[in-house]
Design a protein around this ligand. Structure first.
Ligand SMILES: *Cc1c(COP(=O)(O)O)cnc(C)c1O
Length: 415
């Protein structure tokens, strides 16, 4: 069967034919039948260079032999116990050891669950009601954060999800990214704010980098107002380097959330922070949080193998940076577009200047993006199918892959 046939059947069984809206490529998505290294194989018999990489987790590419071996070893010993395991101590030790803002951590099963739990914890710890997020910030698909959210919500033009109670949305305040003054003004006028949650590098509206000094400023402002600072490092954790954005920018949040890379491609999430705050969580404290699959052995094994590999090959960040820089330098400069990059994350915007916040990102020419995206796919390069998602390179993209990506960009941007 071809992708179009699969889609005909899928759309009868699943809304939009998909399990997550960002996958709903028009007129129909391609169906993947296999993957190895930097490449995906589709039901239509094509072979694509993958710059989506599962939306970020696969920093070591598809079916990495070391991770596969770790998963297989764990499979042979069972995959769910309902008891603590030595594996979770090992992964907790690695992640806590790598991040300046962490003293304790709890594992969950997705990034959404991590931010949902971290927000509950912040409210439980401070006894305050409201939270502040950044316009266009994406923290998963739960009620408190589905307000002016990035990712698929931006693509579909959904500012506030239907089904989320207005009285709940009232408790989620918004500020623009890269605007410390707006945060200061909001926090000064309001003494019922538990936490400010943000992606330190915005990765769900394309890619928006923090201005110099912005993260240090939000650290200072939140501390002065007794508001907890939560860094959502679900994308940036182990992507911008070991230690995430908090190490890269030298700013220590009170709480941090993780997902994606820390599970090596299997479902995972985690949140952590200062001991005094984390000890508010059940069974030690009154903030309840639980999950049947939390700390599941397969995800832990894959995560440990990934992080150990990243530790052992730390030059891999430099190599990915060089490969992505080669793409950046080869992209034709035109009045139509702009390019932004941080290490192995990169994005071409159909807007003459690189956007600094959500309002600016919405000025992008999404029609031009759509045409460009299709051209890239036809040239054998799979980018996330939205102007508002980030592209990634893995450690296993070869020089030849990079050359092919560059050639595709050059062709598709000059059309
Ligand atoms: C992907 C993502 C999430 C949600 O993680 P899921 O595992 O998809 O629930 C949360 N925050 C950020 C910054 C993300 O990129």
């Amino acid at each position: 069967m071809k992708s179009s046939d699969y889609y005909e059947r899928a759309k009868m069984l699943m809304p939009g034919g998909v399990s997550s809206p960002v996958r709903a490529i028009r007129p129909y998505p391609f169906y993947t039948t296999g993957a190895a290294g930097s490449r995906l194989t589709t039901a239509d018999g094509t072979d694509l260079i993958d710059c989506c990489l599962g939306f970020g987790p696969l920093i070591l590419g598809h079916a990495h032999p070391g991770i596969r071996e770790a998963i297989e070893r764990q499979l042979a010993s069972g995959w769910l116990y309902g008891t603590p395991t030595p594996l979770e101590i090992e992964l907790a030790g690695l992640i806590v050891g790598d991040h300046p803002g962490l003293e304790m951590i709890r594992f969950v099963s997705s990034g959404s669950e991590a931010t949902m739990s971290a927000i509950r914890l912040a409210r439980g710890y401070t006894g305050k009601k409201d939270i502040v997020k950044v316009e266009g910030g994406f923290h998963g698909a739960h009620d408190a954060v589905l307000v002016k959210a990035g990712s698929g919500a931006t693509t579909l033009g959904i500012p506030n999800s239907a089904g989320v109670l207005p009285e709940l949305v009232e408790h989620t305040r918004q500020v623009p990214f890269n605007n410390p003054e707006a945060l200061e003004t909001l926090l000064s006028a309001n003494d019922d704010i538990a936490a400010f949650i943000l992606e330190p590098v915005m990765g769900n509206v394309g890619l928006i980098l923090p201005d110099e000094g912005y993260l240090a400023a939000v650290r200072e402002i939140t501390a002065a107002h007794d508001v907890l600072l939560i860094f959502d490092e679900v994308i940036t954790g182990y992507r911008v380097g070991i230690g995430g954005a908090q190490a890269a920018y030298g700013v220590k949040p009170d709480l941090s959330t993780f997902g994606k890379i820390i599970g090596g491609g299997l479902p995972i999430g985690a949140f952590g922070g200062r001991r005094e705050i984390m000890e508010m969580i059940a069974p030690l404290g009154p903030v309840y949080q639980a999950g049947t699959f939390s700390g599941n052995p397969l995800s832990l094994a894959a995560g440990i193998a990934t992080i150990r590999h990243l530790h052992a090959h730390s030059d891999l960040y430099r190599r990915m940076d060089e490969a992505a820089r080669a793409i950046e330098e080869a992209i034709p400069r035109s009045g139509r577009g702009s390019f932004v990059r941080l290490g192995s994350m990169f994005k071409h915007y159909f807007r003459p200047e690189v956007p600094r916040d959500y309002r600016e990102v919405q000025e992008c020419d999404t029609t031009a993006f759509g045409k460009f995206w299709k051209g890239m796919l036809d040239a054998g390069v799979f980018l996330p199918a939205s102007q508002f998602e980030t592209n990634f390179l893995s450690a296993v993209h070869t020089n030849q892959d990079v050359d092919q990506i560059i050639a595709a960009y050059v062709t598709c941007l000059s059309e």
